[in-house]
Design a protein around this ligand. Structure first.
Ligand SMILES: [Zn+2]
Length: 486
């Protein structure tokens, strides 16, 4: 393993050689873990699911939910245990239940995955985003990373477990849902509000986060998501009477806005560590090159070493983990080339550390901009408000041993010597809904993505073929380990 993937030779070697090495490596990985029937089945389901457009603009999660329901029914699940339901024709969700023995009196475990994908334009992509293409050892297609591969892993695991007559020690529920990426019909939220009985559980495993981090295909660590940042958009607006552009005045809406954004660019939110991010740096440090390792250890001191913090801040992944971040993402100003602007607007997107509220951040932005001309409104999916919600982000919770131990066991089988590391998720996920409903939620899946090949939401989204099959195998083994009678 190390020979093929870790050494400099392969990085520097001729391209063909590297390509051959990758193909051999991928083949070896998959052959080691997945039987042929599972390979065929999971690939077929992936092909079907990628081929169903589930974007908010023109797609349908109902079509995808029906297709996955049919797979389960064909595999022998009784119709009463497989349901497709939702608020309208286009936003269906699928809920399936594998009955447990009930002997231990344990509440069910719920697995969630979203069926919808981010928009993808054929013109932007090298291949058709809504067709599964296998090329150079990768599967290409919208949703291969986020997150149809993991949906397939859940469905395939259910089919295999049922086929074997596996009786879990408690009910296992899979919910594949709509509108995680956007849209107005979030499936997890809708199910919680309308059919809580179908998905009520002791805890949630969200396959949308966690996963295996690899470098050039070599596993580095297995992530388990233990907390999330809070998502918030703020709309900045500067208005001005405007006028003829031949008679400029100093009071210009665009300059006010540009100055405010420039101040934001040069300001950082304070450094803050919590139980999860501390553990993350502790466990990550031994895997890093010497300087980064020293820096990660140095920021755990009290007070943290300033030089070490400055170096880690340069890496977006660590910067994100250390602080609340706010960044300008959209800009819109003026109405004519020959007129002074009457309006200048920007969107600032923030990712807020646990323990802080959106309103707190709005107040801080106002301080940073230091310009009463810049109005800062909270933008809740298009609905603007003068104040933001005061609710704080959920406290970080380390996954309990009943979740972590089986994970560590399966990870040790599949990726020997690779540590399981709790992390704070970089994006927001549907766990916000389940956590708010009082169900502890952890991001866990077995899909490996290279740390420099994250293409979720981007063009030419892809996963290594071997990583896909490992992800499929992972959920099967993990559910078995999690729900075997003890
Ligand atoms: Zn996702």
């Amino acid at each position: 393993m190390a020979l093929i993937c870790g050494g400099g030779f392969w990085q520097d070697g001729p391209f063909m050689l590297r390509k051959i090495a990758i193909v051999i490596w991928v083949g070896a990985l998959a052959a080691a873990t997945v039987d042929d029937a599972t390979r065929r089945l999971s690939r077929e389901i992936l092909e079907e699911l990628i081929g169903i457009n589930t974007t908010d603009s023109i797609g349908s999660t109902t079509a995808a939910a029906n297709a996955m329901a049919k797979r389960l029914l064909d595999a022998g699940f009784p119709p009463v245990d497989v349901k497709v339901l939702g608020p309208n024709d286009r936003k269906g969700n699928m809920v399936a239940r594998l009955h447990g023995s009930g002997a231990a009196g344990l509440k069910p475990i719920l697995m969630i995955g979203h069926l919808d994908v981010v928009e993808a334009r054929r013109a932007d992509w090298t291949t058709d985003p809504f067709r599964l293409i296998e090329k150079d050892g990768y599967f290409y297609g919208r949703g291969t990373q986020d997150m149809k591969s993991s949906d397939v892993a859940l469905v395939t695991a259910f089919i295999r477990l049922r086929g074997e007559g596996f009786r879990p020690n408690r009910d296992l529920i899979v919910a594949l849902t709509a509108d995680e990426e956007g849209g107005k019909s979030n499936g997890v939220d809708w199910l919680l509000k309308n059919h809580r009985e179908l998905i009520d559980a002791a805890f949630v495993l969200n396959a949308d986060s966690g996963g295996v981090t690899t470098a050039n295909g070599k596993p580095v660590n297995v992530d388990v998501e233990a907390c999330e940042k809070l998502y918030a958009d703020f709309q900045l607006t500067v208005t001005n009477p405007g006028g003829h552009s031949s008679l400029p005045v100093p009071d210009n809406a665009i300059y006010h806005l540009a100055d405010a954004l420039s101040r934001l660019e040069h300001t950082q939110f304070p450094l803050e560590l919590n139980a999860v991010t501390r553990t993350y740096f502790e466990r990550r440090a031994p895997l890093e090159p010497a300087q980064t390792k020293a820096d990660m250890n140095a920021i755990l001191h009290n007070p943290p070493d300033a030089d070490a913090v400055a170096r880690l801040d340069k890496d977006p992944r660590y910067h994100y983990t250390l602080r609340t971040t706010c960044v300008a993402t959209r800009l819109n100003a003026g109405h004519a080339n020959n007129a002074l602007p009457q309006t200048a607007q920007a969107n600032v997107n923030c990712r807020i550390l646990p323990g802080h509220s959106r309103e707190e951040v709005r107040q801080r932005l106002i301080e940073i901009f230091a310009d009463p001309k810049v109005e800062v409104r909270y933008d809740d999916n298009g609905a603007l408000a003068d104040r933001a919600p005061a609710a704080k982000g959920f406290d970080p919770v380390m996954p309990p041993p009943e979740v972590l131990r089986p994970l560590e066991r399966v990870a040790a089988e599949m990726w020997p010597g690779v540590p399981v590391i709790p992390e704070m998720e970089t994006g927001a996920s549907d766990s916000v809904h389940t956590i708010a409903a009082g169900i502890p939620s952890y991001g866990i899946n077995g899909l490996a993505i290279d740390q420099d090949d994250v293409r979720a939401h981007g063009k030419d989204e892809r996963v290594r073929v071997g990583a896909f099959y490992d992800g499929v195998e992972f959920y099967y083994r993990y559910l078995k380990a999690l729900a075997s009678a003890r």
